[in-house]
Design a protein around this ligand. Structure first.
Ligand code: FES
Length: 101
């Protein structure tokens, strides 16, 4: 079981947005969906687009490169359930966002 690592303050990621952080040696996209935080791999399986820079609506992020969409809760592509990125546990403690990768 991976340890939780602090990646940001909650205030660093406004509601309805995401941001990319290096966790260990991995780029991880962290999203704030109306106050609940989620983390998935940042790299889109299509051609490597940065999911942390995508538009977030509800719990769905759309890749900024070619508009593939993923549910940030599971990492599953909304059009093709066989396509997914890894999703990681997130917790919030004292205003810090921690991710276990
Ligand atoms: S790289 Fe993400 S949709 Fe193409």
């Amino acid at each position: 079981m991976a340890d939780f690592m602090k990646v940001a303050r909650t205030s660093d990621i406004p509601p309805g947005s995401g941001k990319t952080f290096e966790v260990g040696d991995k780029p991880i996209a962290v999203f704030n969906c109306d106050g609940t935080f989620y983390a998935i791999d940042d790299t889109c399986p299509h051609q490597g687009g940065p999911l942390g820079e995508g538009e977030v609506v509800g719990t769905v992020v759309t890749c900024p490169w070619h508009e593939w969409s993923y549910d940030v809760r599971s990492g599953v592509n909304t059009d093709d359930p066989t396509c997914k990125v890894s999703a990681y546990p997130v917790k919030v403690e004292g205003g810090d966002v921690l991710v276990a990768v």
